[in-house]
Design a protein. Sequence first.
Length: 163
Amino acid sequence: MTYRVCFVCTGNICRSPMAESVFRARVDDAGLEGLVEIESAGTGDWHEGEGADPRARSVLEEHGYALDHAARRFEPSWFARLDLVIALDAGHLKALRLLAPTQEDAAKIRLLRSYTPAAADDLDVPDPYYGGLGGFEECLEMVEEASAGLLAAVRDDVEGRMA
């Protein structure tokens, strides 16, 4: 049975596609490809159908990550097929909880940086959209830091299903 993870930010052109790309690479490196499906979406439809922000794509490529992406809006019906919904900041967390049809669905939502022990109470990944390339580099660093803890949690869930 495939374990499904969806990363969610505002427009699905910066943070969530970056998280999708990094986490897909971590899953593949861990030998879990085929067992874990990774996708991303936005809380809104502002950029639906567009590719990732060129700055996000540039930073990802510079660090060896691949990205094939078209922005889309998160739909409440997706909760039924997803195992984990990862919000990139508190605003996305709130929006997703409002969309969740049931308490069980709301329980699937987590903040990405909650998987970074050193983050403490600073759990938002700042939106790099209105800044320069440095903001995209910072976003990538935060995503990479959180990916180790997220991978451990997903691996535990996947192995639990297989036991």
